[in-house]
Design a protein around this ligand. Structure first.
Ligand SMILES: [Zn+2]
Length: 255
């Protein structure tokens, strides 16, 4: 009974947080204060009534259109709400309320905001990265000794510098901007979250997914700009979900 209640609570919280993340992903790149005023339609700017703002349900009742101007609401918003709830739930089922639950939930949250801001506006918010760093360090402090916390902070610094090095190398070779600054900082956050070895594995997975996506999408999108941030975070989440499998795989390789 208590378990059912927790699952319902996490689902509802996931939907509410998802709605907030989608709002941050839209507002931060557009320089609108997250706390400024109640939600409004991005097209006609009219303020939404509370019942037009219920995660997922409002989208269904309004048939995906704004109640005032009847312009379509971007389907990315209900998708982010459903994805947040699903990821929160998945994290709880896999990990219970352990350290991994909080780490994967922080990364999933950063992913939800970044999907909206990076896919729609090619923007990764420093504020979101900073919030993730602070929440990750608090999580490590709650669950670990100081030396483990420090080793994670060092991993974050090393992965950040590693990406910075790749960027300079890429810029020299391709004679153009090879990596966004947002991607470099984001990989520092992933290094902090996962530690050195797992973050390199997550970089490999994320790059592979990004490459597959770019091959599919570049035929349609001639600009050829691929937002890399979401793939880095998806790679990080996959690495956490399959960390046991990955660790035993690496151990087998070494032995
Ligand atoms: Zn409208």
């Amino acid at each position: 009974m208590a378990e059912t209640l927790i699952i319902i609570l996490i689902t509802v919280l996931g939907l509410i947080f998802g709605s907030f993340y989608a709002c941050m992903g839209y507002r931060i790149p557009n320089k609108i204060k997250v706390s400024q005023r109640r939600s409004f339609c991005p097209k006609c700017k009219k303020q939404l009534k509370w019942y037009m703002n219920i995660p997922v349900l409002s989208f269904i009742f309004l048939k995906g259109k704004c109640a005032y101007c009847k312009k379509p609401i971007n389907f990315i918003y209900p998708l982010i709400e459903i994805a947040s709830a699903s990821l929160f739930l998945c994290n709880y089922i896999l990990f219970g309320f352990t350290q991994n639950f909080w780490i994967s939930t922080i990364l999933a949250s950063a992913l939800m905001v970044t999907i909206v801001s990076d896919f729609l506006y090619y923007y990764i918010s420093d504020r979101v990265l900073l919030l993730s760093i602070v929440s990750l360090i608090i999580t490590f402090l709650v669950f670990n000794d100081y030396n483990i916390v420090i080793s994670h902070i060092l991993s974050g610094a090393i992965t950040f510098l590693f990406m910075l090095g790749i960027k300079y190398l890429g810029n020299k070779i391709f004679k153009k901007e090879s990596l966004g600054d947002g991607d470099i900082k984001l990989f520092g956050v992933i290094g902090l979250a996962l530690g050195l070895i797992n973050s390199i594995i997550s970089l490999f997975i994320g790059s592979l997914l990004g490459l597959i996506f770019s091959i599919i999408i570049i035929k349609k999108n001639k600009e050829g700009i691929i937002p890399f941030g979401p793939f880095l975070l998806i790679g990080a989440l996959i690495t956490i979900y399959f960390s046991e499998f990955i660790t035993s795989f690496i151990n087998n390789l070494i032995i």
